[in-house]
Design a protein around this ligand. Structure first.
Ligand code: PTJ
Length: 259
């Protein structure tokens, strides 16, 4: 932990995450643009009260059920996700048997290798999509995100996309894949196009999915998992998250707490 941040600072958690990102930027994991993207996420998080809402929780349950029923799940990892949640990404990969694939918007092979190293340092056995391993192409996409691993995202049935920028999620849905987005902005293109959107901070969402997968797995009941998925409506769920932001009660409660 940083020597400069007092442990009783009311914004301690948030400041520590910022520190991880800046650290990740300096270590070559995070794109400069990633720091800006985090700021936008923080603003939405504040408006949501910096907590996992009941609607985010519903999406977490549905995402966990989908991961348990998936045949070939893949977790797409970008710079921000690796800098703030490498350990949790590896853990989720382990509990769901999902592959980990590096897929960057601002593609840069050195950064890909740094992210791969970070995941391996945190316990990953294999990382897909790095350098020439990303030899398949998503034809609908213009961005560098079109390059994917032929054994990873290209053939996945379920893909988790934390902190995205929209066009790829749309292309993957067109390819028939189920997309689980983690995005604090319920208005983003990714949030709207994904079949399951978890409107929550990745730092809270990933541990919650890991714990939910463990709970649901114990049921050994595929019919129940299918029922959970069928009963979920992403459009309605996003509208509810937006209502929380519009009402402003969560943000007011957070502001009160921080006085
Ligand atoms: O590492 P790269 O090259 O793949 O680049 C990654 C970024 C994040 C720069 C790139 O994907 C990008 O430009 O993304 P956007 O379009 O800014 O979208 C990022 C989304 O993630 C926004 O909707 C933010 O609100 C959201 N977000 C930011 N931080 C978090 C978050 N969502 C969940 N948890 C966060 N901590």
């Amino acid at each position: 932990m940083s020597a400069q941040i007092p442990t009783n600072h009311p914004r301690l958690k948030s400041l520590l995450v910022r520190e991880k990102l800046v650290n990740g930027f300096m270590r070559g994991l995070v794109a400069g643009e990633g720091l800006i993207a985090h700021g936008r996420g923080e603003a939405f998080d504040y408006l949501l009260g910096e907590r996992t809402t009941e609607f985010a929780n519903l999406a977490i349950i549905t995402a966990s059920a989908s991961l348990l029923l998936a045949r070939h799940p893949v977790i797409s990892v970008n710079g921000n996700a690796a800098a703030i949640c490498a350990k949790e990404i590896v853990e989720l990969g382990e509990v769901t048997s999902a592959l980990l694939e590096v897929n960057l918007f601002h593609r840069d092979e050195r950064r890909e290798r740094s992210i791969e190293k970070e995941l391996i340092k945190n316990g990953a056995r294999k990382v897909y999509g790095v350098g020439s391993r990303a030899s398949a192409r998503i034809s609908e996409l213009q961005s560098e995100r079109r390059r994917v691993d032929p054994r990873g995202i290209y053939v996945a049935d379920v893909v988790i996309v934390p902190l995205e920028d929209g066009d790829r999620a749309e292309a993957l849905v067109k390819m028939g894949k189920k997309i689980i987005a983690i995005d604090l902005n319920p208005l983003s293109r990714t949030a709207k196009v994904a079949q399951i959107t978890i409107v929550d901070n990745i730092t809270r969402a990933l541990p919650a999915i890991v714990s939910m997968v463990r709970q649901l797995r114990c049921l050994k009941d595929d019919a129940r998992l299918t029922k959970i998925i069928k009963g979920y409506n992403n459009k309605e769920n996003l509208a509810q998250s937006l209502r929380i932001i519009q009402r402003g009660k969560n943000a007011a409660a957070l502001s009160e707490k921080l006085q």
